[in-house]
Design a protein around this ligand. Structure first.
Ligand SMILES: C[S@@+](CC[C@H](N)C(=O)[O-])C[C@H]1O[C@@H](n2cnc3c(N)ncnc32)[C@H](O)[C@@H]1O
Length: 207
């Protein structure tokens, strides 16, 4: 399963989707195959005109939009933000009054900050999935409305993972990565030590 297929698997027939940062609108194409309309938006005019010239499907509503600026209240209840960094995702959400029943993210970085700050915006983690595409791991997170008190393990390593085998593989990859960093650095790094402890405990608990 690739990233876009994974996002698609968390979308139900009744969801009204806006994909912000759609690029070539692969998700909207998948949704159209399910006979579902969606909004495919991107900040880049060039990207949208290229997507429009490749795809002509009445179920896809293309928009040039910085974040959610061109999306109106009531047009969508499910937001997809994939292939961008945590700070861009948070900027987009901090700059809108719109609320969503479901937000699906695949951030490139800082998943700990994403989980924490989304909680401040009253969006809590519902499910997570690790996807491996072209030998790279991606952390998909589905948020819904509400607030949660997370443990530090949940903030750092996520929770409610749907693919346990891939999650274990990812945890082992992270453990090796942090052990290598620790070995190659002369200085003590409390954050790396904390992550190594969390990873060792988590791997033990799910093996
Ligand atoms: C790497 S692509 C990701 C494409 C697709 N969502 C995916 O996951 O494969 C990132 C896209 O986000 C768009 N983007 C970046 N910042 C944005 C913003 N503030 N609002 C809307 N789109 C944005 C870029 O133009 C680019 O097309």
């Amino acid at each position: 399963m690739n990233r876009i297929e994974a996002i698609n698997s968390f979308i139900n027939e009744e969801d009204r989707v806006v994909d912000v940062g759609c690029d070539q609108a692969k998700l909207s194409l998948m949704l159209a195959k399910r006979n579902m309309p969606s909004i495919a938006s991107d900040i880049s005019e060039k990207v949208i005109s290229k997507a429009k010239s490749n795809i002509s499907n009445p179920l896809i509503d293309f928009r040039v939009s910085n974040g959610l600026e061109m999306i109106k209240e009531g047009e969508a209840n499910t937001l997809v933000l994939s292939g961008m960094g945590t700070h861009t995702i948070l900027d987009i959400l901090n700059n809108t009054k719109l609320r969503f029943d479901k937000i699906i993210t695949i951030s490139n970085n800082y998943h700990d900050i994403l989980r924490t700050k989304m909680n401040d915006l009253n969006y809590k983690v519902s499910k997570e999935q690790i996807i491996k595409e072209n030998n790279k791991y991606y952390n998909l997170i589905v948020f819904d409305n509400g607030n949660k008190k997370y443990t530090s393990e949940e903030i750092e390593l996520g929770l409610n993972h749907v693919d346990n085998d891939m999650y274990k593989e990812y945890l082992n990859y992270l453990l090796n990565k942090y052990l290598t960093i620790k070995e190659s650095s002369k200085d003590k790094n409390d954050k790396i030590d904390m992550l190594i402890d969390l990873l060792n405990n988590k791997i033990k608990s799910i093996s």
